[in-house]
Design a protein around this ligand. Structure first.
Ligand code: INI
Length: 152
């Protein structure tokens, strides 16, 4: 069996982060986690750029733009919290399907680092407290996927 693994080397990779400002107290922690993990994996600070968009709904458009700009991976970060309205479902489904399409259309890994939770507490738990940091996880996935794509 030929099994394909990718060792996690970030040196030389160029990575874009696209972050949604909505719920920014939480999203800033995701950005921190992603940036920290990228640096720990060897990505150069000058090879990381960050673009803020208004909300998770807007992530796909800018993610696709950044993916087409020559970077090796794009990390989308956001926090969609249910609250009492059906808005949640529209924002989540647009963000998820748009982010997937941005990756498939461009051939550049576009990573879904968007929290979708019922409560603010659940989001805080996933943004650097007791359940880890979804931004760090997204950065790991970005470096792994960039390596796989580069290997062909
Ligand atoms: N955007 C988010 O990123 N998170 C949310 O929880 C959220 N809620 O709950 O409404 C949200 N809405 C804004 C949306 O993403 C767009 O920015 C807005 O609709 C303008 O297109």
């Amino acid at each position: 069996m030929i099994e394909r693994h990718n060792t996690l080397h970030g040196s030389g990779l160029r990575v874009s982060i696209v972050a949604a400002r909505f719920n920014d107290a939480i999203v800033r922690e995701l950005v921190y986690g992603a940036h920290d993990m990228l640096m720990r994996l060897g990505v150069g600070d000058d090879d990381i750029d960050l673009t803020w968009v208004p909300g998770a709904f807007e992530l796909p458009m800018v993610a696709k733009l950044r993916a087409g700009s020559g970077v090796d991976a794009v990390i989308c970060l956001g926090a969609v919290i249910r609250g009492a309205t059906p808005h949640f479902d529209y924002v989540c489904s647009q963000a998820a399907s748009g982010i997937a399409a941005a990756g498939i259309d461009t051939g550049v890994p576009v990573i879904f680092g968007v929290l979708t939770t019922d409560t603010i507490d659940q989001a805080v738990e996933r943004a650097g407290t007791k359940s880890g940091n979804k931004g760090s996880d997204a950065a790991l996935a970005a470096v792994e996927m960039a390596g796989l794509i580069t290997q062909g």
